[in-house]
Design a protein. Structure first.
Length: 251
């Protein structure tokens, strides 16, 4: 691991005044890692996302990631199964994505730590809030896997929870779509694209940004969400600079 890093080691370049958000939490759905196949892990896609993460880390941003697992398994896939069992399978799926992200970040010379809400000490640290913050302060990317560790939740809710716990100033929601719309723009060409929207509007219009528990948690803790297209390599940098990108969700 360290060999990989040292081979790519470059001096970190800090340009902090440029940053609107210094500590951010990036929510990546499992599907975002799957590329065209929509299932499993596409190394090229993961690499492209990690190039963007490297870009913002080198600008001085402190970056935590919550990764989903829908590219392997979602709780609702297990129709014949007990819900809790199926949810635990979904949580385990996120750990594979976490490992893939960690590997791709290290290949790019970025130090990272994988922390899981279900202990798997041979491959990851357990989630410890103080330790996570310490890693961030040292410039390491912290990847949170296994969701909250509890069934009946999602990794969207995990993103809101971890963002509050680590004091993230914003949640970057990298999507396959470029912003929040009133309807699916692929199906409805008249769908309205929002530059700004409030948490309450998302809940009342039942927009598919994040699930309602996650949105409520963000609202309660006043954590802004920036929803943007993950495919555009400029977007993450624009988002942490506070430039207009995708949709800004706040009151
Ligand atoms: N999950 C869970 N508790 C959590 C987070 C996730 O039970 O705190 C399970 C749930 O079954 C979910 C699956 O893990 O469907 C994968 O997470 P999610 O659907 O949020 O992944 P994404 O859609 O972001 O890829």
């Amino acid at each position: 691991m360290y060999d990989k890093i040292n081979a790519n080691k470059k001096r970190r370049v800090y340009k902090l005044p440029e940053l609107k958000y210094k500590r951010v939490l990036l929510k990546l759905s499992g599907e975002a890692l799957a590329g065209e196949a929509k299932h499993g892990i596409d190394s090229k896609t993961v690499g492209e996302i990690c190039d963007q993460i490297k870009g913002i880390v080198q600008m001085g941003a402190e970056v935590a990631i919550v990764v989903g697992g829908g590219n392997f398994w979602r709780g609702r896939n297990g129709k014949e199964m007990e819900r809790t069992t199926s949810d635990y399978m979904g949580m385990l799926a996120t750990s594979m994505n976490g490992l893939a992200l960690q590997d791709a970040l290290e290949t790019r010379g970025i130090y990272s730590r994988l922390q899981t809400a279900i202990e798997m000490r041979e491959i990851a640290e357990p989630f410890i809030q103080r330790k996570a913050v310490k890693h961030l302060q040292k410039g390491r990317v912290v990847i949170f896997a296994c969701g909250t560790g509890h069934p009946y939740f999602t990794t969207d809710t995990t993103a809101a929870l971890r963002a509050a716990e680590i004091g993230a100033e914003a949640i970057l929601v990298g999507k396959t779509i470029d912003a929040v719309y009133s309807d699916d723009p692929k199906i409805n060409p008249n769908a309205e694209r929002y530059d700004h929207i409030t948490y309450l509007d998302i809940l009342s219009k039942n927009l598919k940004v994040m699930d309602s528990t996650a949105i409520s948690l963000c609202r309660d803790n006043q954590i802004p969400l920036i929803v943007f297209g993950i495919a555009d390599p400029e977007n993450m940098v624009k988002a942490i600079k506070g430039e207009k990108v995708g949709t800004l969700v706040k009151d």
